[in-house]
Design a protein around this ligand. Structure first.
Ligand SMILES: [Zn+2]
Ligand SMILES: [Zn+2]
Ligand SMILES: [Zn+2]
Length: 182
């Protein structure tokens, strides 16, 4: 190894995976697999490596169909297979497969606060729930709602628990409308 490109007096320990130049520890950021230097274009590559972990296309682990993923799905590492209708969550290894017949949607919202409340309600009641698309809300609130699903056997119980729940955005306006009419 030569000396660091930025610091001629320091020994380089590794190369930047993007630009290939040699740097000292101070000038490198450690990614999931490689080192990157502090140049903006190299940091951009590093960010991509960390955030986007799913490829453009994945094979559905449930039905083996080749699924094209949106950027949001790749970042969320979960998607809904249009072929077999299963929800696939790659945040787990092996990926979690939720078959549509065993899970029913009880709630969907663009509001992260709503989802958090529902999660705590279901956790208290020991409902076996899953949230899909939750990460979308962090990247762009308007892309698509997060969906809360529960097993079919607990669907009635879950609906019952949510019967008095007023969702934040949509619920409030709806409530006001009914009050005005009365
Ligand atoms: Zn670099
Ligand atoms: Zn350096
Ligand atoms: Zn599938």
């Amino acid at each position: 190894m030569n000396s660091c490109v930025n610091h001629p007096d320091k020994k380089a320990i590794s190369v930047c995976h993007n630009c290939g130049k040699e740097y000292c520890p101070e000038c490198l950021t450690e990614g999931e697999e490689y080192y990157y230097c502090k140049r903006p274009e190299c940091q951009a590559v590093l960010k991509k490596e960390i955030v986007t972990e799913l490829p453009l296309e994945v094979t559905c682990p449930s039905c083996s169909a080749l699924i094209e993923l949106s950027d949001e799905e790749r970042q969320a590492k979960s998607f809904h297979c249009g072929s077999c209708e299963a929800f696939i969550d790659f945040n787990y290894d092996p990926p979690k497969i939720h078959k549509p017949e065993s899970y029913e949607e009880v709630f969907s919202s663009l509001n992260l606060g709503d989802i958090a409340i529902i999660k705590s309600i279901f956790e208290d009641a020991k409902i076996d729930y899953q949230v899909f698309g939750e990460n979308f809300l962090l990247t762009d609130p308007l892309i698509q709602p997060a969906r809360v699903v529960v097993t079919e056997s607990q669907l009635e119980e879950a609906k019952n628990l949510l019967k008095d729940f007023e969702p934040n955005i949509f619920g409030i306006s709806r409530k006001n409308e009914t009050e005005d009419e009365q």
